[in-house]
Design a protein around this ligand. Structure first.
Ligand SMILES: *Cc1c(COP(=O)(O)O)cnc(C)c1O
Length: 334
């Protein structure tokens, strides 16, 4: 199957499985799994932060971070289309008693500075206490402009807020902008990074930040059920991905550009945007379900029903992209 539904579908190859089965393990709840400790220290070093913490998912890593930054009755400023706000079941409110203050994202994924400033509430018993600004990079595949990130995080600091980056795909952002990941993480207090997306590990996210916040997040991770035992098996996959899969993201980005160019030749399809490893296309409503079914019969998995998003990743080759474009052309030529 050629699976363009998401970059989460990547499967571990033999060398990654070998690294996993060779991993030294302990009991991470007792803090003595050497491979987890190595992954956490490696990520802290790579991102220029004091400490790291391994999580089973990005959702839990973001949630524990929000709960470390904000207490009950506090508020965080976040994009209307941010993953933490829109795609994590409202966890900050449900489990953290944290009020989200969503702001409409601009087309480039940023939150307009004047809207952030206007959303910060005065200290007054009427209002939730605004504590945190959370951004996302990449967002919808797009790399947030560096000058924007510098200004937004400076505004947050000037107003006494802390900052969190949902950097699920921050390695895609680093590769696409040819900057060290450390530079993209520098403006933020905490950053959550996914290994189960384009980096190709089966499971896992790492939260990095100052030791005090990571200690607080570690307590919340346990409360949220994320304390894992011989998780060095999983951490070994993440370490393998870090050593072997980062450079390959550039190929995923080139494949997405190739896909966008191919689809753009088809009269019935409009490309709304493409950046890093994602292509957003407009497929006429009446064609979404039949095209999806047509492609599935030919071994191509897509999802067009709620957003026609095509995602490239390490298990999709350039030839696969040509196959997909040909199949879409054939569908419309019938
Ligand atoms: C995938 C993703 C997450 C975390 O998702 P999990 O499936 O819980 O690992 C968080 N933020 C963004 C932007 C993501 O794409």
């Amino acid at each position: 199957m050629i699976d363009l539904r998401s970059d989460t579908v990547t499967r571990p190859g033999k060398p990654m499985l070998a690294a996993m089965s060779a991993a030294l393990v302990g009991d991470d709840v007792w803090g003595d799994d050497p491979t987890v400790l190595e992954l956490q220290a490696t990520l802290a070093e790579r991102t220029g932060k004091e400490a790291g913490l391994f999580f089973p998912s990005g959702t839990q890593s973001n949630l524990a971070a929000l709960m470390a930054h904000c207490a009950r009755g506090d508020e965080y400023i976040v994009g209307q289309s941010a993953h933490t706000y829109k795609y994590e079941g409202g966890g900050a409110a449900v489990l953290g008693s944290i009020q989200p203050q969503p702001i409409e994202n601009a087309p480039d994924g940023s939150l307009p500075l004047d809207k952030i400033a206007a959303a910060i509430k005065p200290i007054d018993n009427h209002f939730a206490r605004t504590k945190l600004l959370a951004l996302e990079n990449t967002i919808g595949g797009k790399v947030l402009p560096a000058e924007y990130v510098a200004k937004a995080t400076q505004l947050a600091r000037d107003r006494g807020l802390s900052t969190h980056l949902d950097g699920a795909r921050v390695f895609n952002a680093a590769v696409a902008s040819d900057k060290p990941v450390r530079e993209l993480c520098a403006p933020f207090d905490t950053v959550s990074i996914c290994f189960s997306k384009g980096l190709g590990a089966p499971v896992g996210s790492v939260l990095v930040g100052p030791k005090a916040l990571i200690d607080a997040a570690s307590r919340w991770r346990k409360v949220l059920g994320g304390g894992m035992r011989q998780s060095g098996l999983l951490a070994a996959a993440c370490l393998y991905a870090l050593d072997h899969h980062v450079d390959g993201l550039a190929q995923d980005h080139a494949n997405a550009a190739h896909l966008a160019a191919g689809l753009a030749q088809i009269e019935q399809i409009r490309i709304d945007s493409h950046a890093t490893n994602m292509v957003f296309a407009h497929v006429p409503d009446a064609h979404c379900a039949p095209l999806e079914a047509y492609l599935k019969e030919r071994g191509i998995l897509t999802q067009m029903l709620y957003a026609s998003r095509f995602v490239t990743h390490r298990d999709v080759s350039r030839e696969d992209i040509d196959t997909v474009v040909r199949a879409v052309k054939d569908y419309f030529a019938r």
